[in-house]
Design a protein around this ligand. Structure first.
Ligand code: URA
Length: 472
């Protein structure tokens, strides 16, 4: 086989065979295909797309390019959760402990920040002493004892994705549905959980900017998961504004803890508890039988069709909701774990087991934040309108909360706290955000970037959905 012929084929919209995909991925991982040829292939895929069968073949081949984690020594159903990436997206830190408090086993391998998006591993490492590099046996033991452990991805987990992602990052080929679906699902399959809840973000801070593309991505990923024998569903959620108020590692950790203490912002509580409920639901066997039930359910109190085909309508209190009574029960259990502090206790126990200072969980003000601060003021009277959330993510990177280059050190205390969000009234000169950093000179350029991301408009903007739909 020759890479040249495959590039030519894909360039003309041809379909790559399973053998061709297998050969291409193996040869690339072994260093036998140069980056320039793979870059050309990625761009051909970007423009021509891939058929469902090709995406599945690519995903499976990538998943098997390195270690396949065997979680069978951990008793119970293991459920993973993955976000396609967003700004201020700290849901894993809330949904994971809540699901674990409800009896689900969460053996989570998480990433670091990527581009303008944050990463769970970086956020957890803002707790002094927290170790995200631990051996497999210790990882399994912590999951057994506390229901959850979160570690960074092992060195040899999906090496094909590591190499491909690095190339995509520099060849403008990240925002491609086949490439994102195969990248995420290869890692989820290799990580070995029985169930996978996907949080597919949509909007200006997400890789997919509109609900239709996010839905297409969600459907592809769910189909791949199910073909691989996993319980799998995806929630499409809004990323047109940062989730919650905090952006940046220690700031987000503080906000996640406050949320587990019952004092979280409404949007963050809503998305995190819904994700946790889906994890519990999958753990209880939900999402296995499709029947003729609707594949997509509108959420946010507007449900379409139950798992058994019964119509459900109105608000959750109207009775059947997406996923049927099982999901309603899961929601109740999650809300209970939130209100009785069980989720918070799980987070504190996990932090301690992984070497972190648990006092930071009981008293989140102990988490250090940047000593330099700058208040950003509204330029005019009006209402907060559209926000370029990707630019807000970049502003937080400028403050030191993310990396511009792989080798950059993080400033855990850097970031942004939004004081005004979409739809809120503001007066000229009122503080709309506070920026934090360790180095004063980082503040002004970040403030400029942040302000360029905001709009203040005369009319109150129309409300946007927070949760679009459930794909299963
Ligand atoms: N996250 C991933 O892991 N891969 C992508 O391609 C995009 C987001």
């Amino acid at each position: 086989m020759r890479m040249y012929d495959m590039i030519e084929k894909k360039k003309r919209g041809g379909v790559l065979s399973r053998e061709e995909i297998a050969w291409m991925i193996r040869s690339f991982v072994q260093g036998e295909i140069p980056d320039y040829q793979m870059s050309a292939m990625l761009m051909a895929i970007y423009f021509q797309g891939m058929e469902d069968g090709e995406i599945t073949d690519l995903t499976l081949e990538m998943a098997h390019s390195g270690d396949m984690v065997d979680l069978s020594p951990i008793k119970g159903v293991k459920v993973d959760k993955h976000s396609t990436g967003g700004v201020g997206d700290k849901t894993t830190l809330i949904a994971g402990p809540l699901a674990a408090a409800c009896g689900v086993k969460v053996a989570k391998m998480s990433g670091r920040g990527l581009g303008h998006t944050g990463g769970t591993v970086d956020k957890l490492e803002s707790i002094p002493g927290f170790r995200t590099e631990i051996g497999r046996e210790e990882f399994f033991r912590i999951v057994e004892e506390h229901g959850i452990a979160v570690i960074g991805q092992s060195g040899n987990l999906v090496p094909a994705d590591k190499k491909l992602y690095a190339l995509r990052d520099v060849t403008a080929t990240v925002d491609s549905i086949p490439l994102i679906a195969s990248s995420i699902m290869s890692k989820k399959l290799a990580a070995g959980s029985d169930g996978i809840v996907l949080d597919v973000k949509t909007g200006s801070g997400a890789f997919m900017k509109d609900p239709a593309s996010s839905r297409a991505l969600a459907e592809k990923m769910v189909a791949i998961g199910r073909q691989a024998g996993k319980r799998c569903c995806a929630l499409i959620t809004n990323m047109d504004v940062p989730l919650g108020h905090a952006v940046g590692n220690a700031l987000e950790m503080r906000e996640a803890i406050e949320t587990l203490m019952g004092r979280g912002p409404a949007d963050l509580v809503r998305v995190s508890t819904e994700l946790a409920a889906l994890m519990v639901w999958l753990g209880d066997g939900g999402g296995r039988s499709e029947g003729n039930a609707g594949q997509r359910d509108a959420l946010g109190g507007r449900f379409v069709q139950g798992e058994d085909g019964r119509k459900a309508c109105g608000s959750p209190s109207a009775g059947q909701t997406a996923g049927g009574a099982g999901l309603d029960r899961a929601r109740e259990r999650v809300m209970e774990a939130l209100s009785n502090g069980a989720g918070l206790k799980v987070l504190a126990d996990m932090a301690e087991a992984q070497g972190g200072d648990p006092r930071c969980v009981w008293e989140p003000d102990r988490l250090a934040i940047g000593r330099e601060r700058l208040e950003v003021k509204a330029p005019s009277d009006g209402f907060m309108g559209h926000m370029d959330t990707e630019a807000v993510g970049i502003a937080s990177v400028l403050l030191g909360a993310g990396r511009s280059r792989k080798e950059d050190a993080l400033d855990y205390g850097a970031g942004i706290v939004l004081k005004k969000k979409y739809g809120e009234a503001v007066q000229a000169g009122e503080t709309i955000a506070v920026l934090y950093a360790s180095e004063k000179e980082r503040l002004a350029p970040a403030a400029e970037k942040f302000l360029s991301a905001c709009t203040v408009q005369r009319e109150k903007p129309k409300e946007e959905p927070l949760i679009y739909e459930l794909v299963r």
